[in-house]
Design a protein around this ligand. Structure first.
Ligand code: MN
Length: 204
C-alpha cells in the first residue's frame, strides 16, 4: 500500500482508472453541521490518493473533474452519506455508484452486521483497525495513523465488490442491487433536505 497526500485538490494531470473507490472523512455525521475534511480515492492498484481540506476551500477543479466523470464507476461503503457530503460541499452528484453496504444487505441476510470491518474480515480475511475512526480531520496536518486509517477505508472496496458481485449473481439480485444503487443520489438529496430520518416509502 502507498499513500499520496495532497492539500485542497488532486495534482494536475493525475488520471485514475475507470473504477474508483471513494470515501470521505468529515468533522462528524451531521450533514448540516459537519464539513468535509478528507476525500480518499483508489483505483484498486494499492495506491490511496488522499485529498485533505484543512480549510473550507472546495474549489478543487481536478478532483471535481474526476468525480463528475459519468464513465467512472464509484464504489463506496455506505454511499448514501458520502454522496450527500460531496453534493453539499463540492456540488457534484456521484454517479454511477456501487455501494458495498447495500450489496451486503441484499446477500448477507444471515446477519445484521454490514460494517466495513466485518465485510473485510469475513469476505477477504483482512483485519482492519478502526482506532483512528474518531479524530480531528480538519487539523492542519494529518498524522500517519490518520492517513493509514483513511487509506484502509478505500483499499479493499474493489475486492469486496468482486466478492459481493458473485453473491448477488448467485442469489439473482443483481438488478435489484443496481436499482438501489441508482436511487442513492435521490436518497442523499432527501437527507440534505430534511427527510433524513423519514422512510418516505413507509405507510405511517
Ligand atoms: Mn472513512
Amino acid at each position: 500500500m502507498s499513500i499520496h497526500y495532497y492539500r485542497d485538490d488532486l495534482p494536475d494531470g493525475l488520471e485514475l482508472g475507470p473504477v474508483l473507490a471513494i470515501d470521505t472523512e468529515t468533522q462528524g455525521l451531521n450533514l448540516q453541521r459537519d464539513r468535509l475534511c478528507v476525500i480518499q480515492l483508489s483505483d484498486g492498484d494499492g495506491i490511496c490518493h488522499v485529498v485533505h481540506f484543512p480549510t473550507a476551500d472546495y474549489a478543487a477543479p481536478n478532483l471535481k473533474r474526476l468525480l463528475a466523470d459519468p464513465e467512472t464507476l464509484k464504489i463506496l461503503q455506505y454511499a448514501r452519506f458520502d454522496v450527500a457530503v460531496i453534493k453539499r460541499h463540492l456540488g457534484i452528484v456521484l454517479s454511477p455508484l456501487y455501494c458495498t453496504k447495500i450489496a451486503s444487505k441484499l446477500v448477507r441476510t444471515y446477519t445484521d452486521r454490514h460494517g466495513l470491518g466485518v465485510l473485510c474480515r469475513e469476505l477477504l480475511g483482512v483485519d482492519l483497525s478502526k482506532q483512528q475512526q474518531s479524530s480531528d480531520w480538519a487539523a492542519a496536518d494529518l498524522t500517519e495513523a490518520q492517513l493509514t486509517y483513511a487509506a484502509h477505508d478505500v483499499l479493499y472496496l474493489h475486492r469486496l465488490k468482486e466478492k459481493l458481485d458473485a453473491m448477488l449473481e448467485r442469489e439473482g439480485r443483481v438488478a435489484l442491487a443496481q436499482a438501489c444503487f441508482d436511487f442513492i443520489p435521490t436518497r442523499a438529496e432527501l437527507d440534505l433536505h430534511g427527510w433524513g430520518d423519514v422512510d418516505i416509502f413507509s405507510h405511517a
